[in-house]
Design a protein around this ligand. Structure first.
Ligand code: PMP
Length: 381
């Protein structure tokens, strides 16, 4: 879609993009300075495979301070982005044919990553009624003796909704009966929260030993292009993940690691609050606008991340003014692009009845884009 937008703009067409999966903010200044200083040191040795020890210590300390989780630096594996951390986790845990439970909608890469690790994805549909969250009933129905892992993403891409402590407790109760199932908890949006506080499944004593956390610097620290993420796992899993990474990419970019380390030395809430506040303002604007002008898409208030996942089913089966039938989210996305708004089809996230809009774009773009979106929906007959 991003490529299509570029092409259309190059051809002189006006297109508002609500596609972005990365913050529209610069890397925070202290991190920029640390990266420049790292370059000026002049040495660029191979970093240790698992990451620089001070960074691993800082990550362990951060999770301890913030969530009370007693991790050691040796349990932290720094990677080239959290996508690699997720893949390392899957390669480490999964034997061919093992089942991996994946609540849908899901972040687009989980499915191919499970398949590359030769696991068998077991997709569990969630609904708007539960704010797209897994329930004990749906989880229980999906688990089997072949289940090996469950992927949770909280706050979620694409929905922005997040699990509460009570909801995680209810899931943990079901998981008690399946002790061989690991939880891979993708917490990359953990610091982009508007109400309440992030809860990691690892904070539940009954899940602590079976939870692997993946996180990274692409969202809260706005440095996706510097490729840095990490896995925190029980010791033997962390050691296996280091072996996997040692033979694929080895250690992550040392400049990015030094920048990230500088980030942990800051007061994180002060450092990140201008960006999080801006996201919140945009979120509130979109929610109010859609509730008033396009309630059919069932807008809800996401607790974190920077996306809305909109239910477009009421508009499927209608016709565009050109006469073309809009059959699914892909067709709708195509139609919206022709009308000047770029959004992401839900099909890659496991639903062909939804679209995702991102608010990692300026409020002025959102204010210009939403009326176009509403007009386009209203023009369907
Ligand atoms: N998990 C989720 C839910 C994401 O949205 C993303 C980025 N879009 C990632 C993982 C991967 O991020 P990175 O590899 O840049 O750390």
């Amino acid at each position: 879609m991003a490529q299509r937008v570029r092409e259309l703009r190059a051809a002189g067409r006006f297109v508002l993009s609500l596609l972005l999966g990365e913050p529209d903010f610069p890397v925070p200044l202290p991190l920029q300075e640390a990266a420049i200083a790292a370059i000026r040191e002049g040495h660029a040795p191979y970093p240790p495979v698992a990451g620089l020890l001070p960074l691993r210590e800082a990550i362990a300390e951060y999770y301890h301070r913030t969530y009370g989780l007693p991790y050691k630096a040796s349990q932290v594996v720094v990677s080239n982005g959290s996508k690699q951390a997720i893949f390392n986790a899957l390669l480490t845990l999964i034997e061919p044919g093992d089942e991996v439970i994946l609540p849908a909608p899901y972040w687009v890469s989980y499915l191919p990553l499970i398949q590359l690790a030769e696991g068998r994805p077991v997709i569990v549909k969630t609904t708007t009624e539960t704010n797209y969250k897994l329930t004990p009933e749906t989880l229980s129905a999906a688990l089997s003796q072949r289940s090996r892992a469950l992927i949770l993403c909280t706050p979620s891409n694409p929905t922005g909704t997040a699990y509460s402590l009570e909801e995680l407790h209810a899931l943990a109760e079901v998981l008690q009966e399946y002790p061989k199932v690991w939880i891979i908890s993708d917490e990359i949006y953990e610091l982009i929260r508007y109400e309440g506080r992030h809860v990691s499944p690892a904070q539940l004593p009954e899940l602590y030993d079976r939870t692997l956390i993946t996180n990274g610097f692409s969202k809260a620290f706005a440095m996706p292009g510097w490729r840095l993420g990490y896995l925190i796992a029980p010791q033997p899993i962390a050691e296996a993940a280091i072996k996997v990474q040692g033979q694929t990419t080895a250690g992550a970019n040392i400049i990015a690691q030094k920048a990230a380390l500088a980030g942990f030395k800051q007061d994180l809430s002060a450092l990140l609050s201008p960006m999080v506040q801006a996201f919140k303002e945009r979120r509130d604007y979109i929610f109010t606008y859609l509730k008033e002008n396009l309630p059919e898409v069932r807008p809800y208030l996401p607790e974190g991340a920077f996306y809305f996942f909109l239910d477009v089913e009421p508009f499927l089966g209608k016709k565009a003014p050109t006469g073309r039938l809009i059959e699914n989210a892909d067709g709708l996305t195509e139609y919206l692009l022709e009308r000047g708004v770029a959004v992401v089809s839900g099909s890659g996230f496991g639903s062909d009845k939804h679209i995702r809009i991102s608010y990692a774009v300026a409020l002025s773009d959102i204010q210009a884009g939403l009326p176009l979106l509403v007009e386009a929906f209203r023009a369907l007959g």
